[in-house]
Design a protein around this ligand. Sequence first.
Ligand SMILES: Cc1cc2nc3c(=O)[nH]c(=O)nc-3n(C[C@H](O)[C@H](O)[C@H](O)COP(=O)(O)O)c2cc1C
Length: 348
Amino acid sequence: MRVGNHELEVPIIQGGMGVGVSLANLAGAVARCGAIGVISSVNAGYREPDFEANPVVANLRALKREILRAKEIACGKGMIGVNIMTAVSHYEETCRCAAEAGADIIFSGAGLPLSLPEFVRGTKTLFAPIISSARAAKLLLRHYRTRYQEEPAMLVIEGSGAGGHLGFSEEELLADTAKSNEEILSETLAVAGDISVFVGGGVFDGRDMARLMRAGAAGVQIATRFIATEECDAARRMKEAIVCAKEDDIQIVKSPVGMPARAIKSPLLEKLARGEKYIALKCNGCLTACKKGTEIPYCISRALIAAVSGNWEEGLFFSGSNAGRVNKIVPVAELIGEIMGEYKEAMA
Ligand SMILES: Cc1cc2nc3c(=O)[nH]c(=O)nc-3n(C[C@H](O)[C@H](O)[C@H](O)COP(=O)(O)O)c2cc1C
């Protein structure tokens, strides 16, 4: 399929995973297989020496470097995307930085990316909103057309089975009453016209992919399975946490940003359930919506950095609903080969 000027051999987007879970290594390896590899912008500079002192500068510098490295690894194949949540501080600067560094596409969710077309204007970078309902898709498309006379390269639906922050209410998630991926897809296709729609959130194998593509999706977004790959940028302990997790180890948690999120049961979550607090000594103001200070039970930035660094005791391990089915760490090419094999068989 074509996305802008790019020919995509594999209609899979590797979902962006912060903090630091999807950087150049993972995104580059995915793109090298002909798919879309995505770097997450959130606190991309967490390993920079000046991260504590000057997080904005460190993050922008690291983001640029990761994009350039991912492109080198990809050897001109697939596409390199950057996931920039609308909820991050310095959103505009981050979008402009990614576009200037040559990102092929920016994906943006966790809120409505209303101004995104403006921030990539004049560059070759495409843009795509991540949405959890057809209503959001309709609103954004109308806004992009009237305000900018532009259309996104695609729409990405993030359904209720996804990992990380979720665009559904806690009640819906706990009672399992959120709309299915298929329902949201069919409602979104009705407003999307000829814009491609990708679907993610609990997509596990090539059979899921075939089912969604038969229902009209142009492709799928998969994240959790890519954590358990050799090339994933997280520490081995985080990959093992995904491999070891059983279905009932996955739970819905409250994020300090006010949204529900999905994560693996861990010592940190047990401590929080007992009412303990876990606040950073120094807040770097990473998310605009975070209530900060003493109002929140834990600093999400610190907990996600602990997770990606392999600190089981203090980490918050975001995960999609299907982590219980992931049972080994494999190279990216093997995972994509397996999914595409199953997909082709299911479509035959
Ligand atoms: C560890 C982790 C971190 C994530 N971080 C982000 C993020 O920074 N921004 C974002 O838009 N989505 C984020 N997500 C959501 C994924 O990009 C993706 O849409 C979703 O997890 C897909 O579902 P799956 O994991 O079941 O395949 C994250 C998911 C995980 C598991």
